[in-house]
Design a binder for this molecule. Structure first.
Ligand code: SF4
Length: 364
């Protein structure tokens, strides 16, 4: 076996043209762009025939050193109540992950909510993925492949407008691969998604937030707050023990100053846990302090809770309680955006992703 064939193959969905040209120097920068662009037209049959204007030596190197691996689409479930669709994929090692196609206000556009890890180590109490523990990080190509496959299933005349890293896993805990995937998603030869339409949502890893600001400054930041009261937040999000909210907010302020874009603060409303007057008061103070320090207001997104299934210790706040919570914030000068968290009937809503197989059995 030659040394070259013993080296791991380059998964073509995981590289943008500059990275491909670095990995296979026989390809010119222009040829690397042609290869990447052809991949998103031809899909997994890319290497079956010649690629126009790629020289023979380049094709030979691609066939020897590169591959177009894929995730098996196990199931695609469409919601009966809205235009959400949930995709269940299986990797070659049996790991299962989920992605969600989210309809946008403009009917011909969708966002894709992608997973960045198989399971998650951070164990947020209100999240189904957090119950699984972490099995492994996803490779960059496995992140891009979710979007490529959802795009391949789109109705005619529609397109993927944005990507949100809010599926299974903590994206900032797999940041090298998430950044590589972002470079591919936003590359004009690949999926050409405007980086401003890509959002990375984190439970709050300060060093990852700072690195994201430096290396992907156009990408938007989302921060899961859960509660602005520290002892409550710590109960809901154990990561607060290692990285208290104040540290995360410091990093978010730096991110806002460096990128000149305001983050989204997301809060899943849980009956009796974070939906009272004192909770609204603490949240309003947090928003005002952030605005003063960063010189811009965060967007505050309130997400109604979706049940995570058996033994669920939480419940959705009553409508009147939710309204009172929003009113209390508004009285303190903080206005909220109500996130429509759809796909609840197919387990595709925020916090529900758990990769259950078609028979309803939990996946790996
Ligand atoms: S909310 Fe995000 S960070 Fe928390 S357990 Fe779920 S996937 Fe992990």
């Amino acid at each position: 076996m030659s040394e070259a064939s013993a080296a791991p193959r380059i998964a073509l969905q995981g590289v943008d043209p500059p990275a491909l040209a670095r990995a296979l120097p026989v390809l010119s920068a222009r040829e690397a762009r042609r290869v990447v662009s052809a991949l998103y037209r031809r899909g997994t049959s890319l290497l079956d025939g010649p690629i126009p204007q790629v020289r023979r030596a380049g094709m030979a190197a691609l066939r020897e050193r590169a591959a177009v691996p894929t995730l098996d689409l196990v199931e695609c479930r469409a919601s009966a109540v809205d235009a959400f669709e949930k995709y269940l994929f299986a990797a070659a090692d049996g790991a299962q992950i989920e992605s969600v196609r989210i309809p946008l206000a403009r009917g011909d556009r969708f966002s894709v909510c992608v997973s960045s890890q198989v399971g998650c180590a951070l164990a947020c109490a209100f999240c189904a993925t957090g119950r699984l523990g972490l099995r492994r990080n996803l490779e960059a190509w496995e992140i891009v492949e979710q979007v490529r496959q959802v795009r391949a299933h789109l109705p005619p005349e529609t397109r993927v407008h944005g990507v949100v890293f809010q599926g299974m896993g903590e994206p900032l805990a797999n940041l090298d691969r998430v950044l590589a995937a972002i470079r591919v998603l936003s590359d004009p030869s690949a999926l050409a998604i405007d980086a401003k339409a890509i959002t990375v949502c984190t439970s709050g890893l300060p060093s990852g937030i700072r690195r994201l600001a430096r290396e992907a400054p156009s990408v938007r930041l989302g921060v899961s707050i859960a509660s602005a009261r520290s002892e409550r937040r710590r109960r809901l999000m154990p990561i607060d023990g290692a990285h208290p909210l104040a540290e995360t907010i410091d990093a978010a302020v730096e991110h806002a100053k460096l990128t000149r874009s305001a983050p989204m603060f997301a809060l899943t409303l849980l009956a009796g846990h974070n939906d009272g007057e004192e909770d609204a008061d603490a949240l309003a103070r947090l928003v005002h302090e952030f605005s003063e320090r960063a010189g811009m207001r965060p967007r505050l997104s309130i997400i109604p809770y979706n049940s995570i299934g058996e033994g669920d210790p939480f419940a959705r706040s009553e409508r009147a309680v939710e309204d009172a919570f929003r009113d209390a914030l508004a009285a303190r000068g903080v206005f909220t955006h109500k996130r429509y968290s759809g796909g609840g009937d197919i387990g595709a809503a925020c916090g529900q992703l758990v990769a259950r197989g078609p028979a309803g059995t939990a996946g790996e």
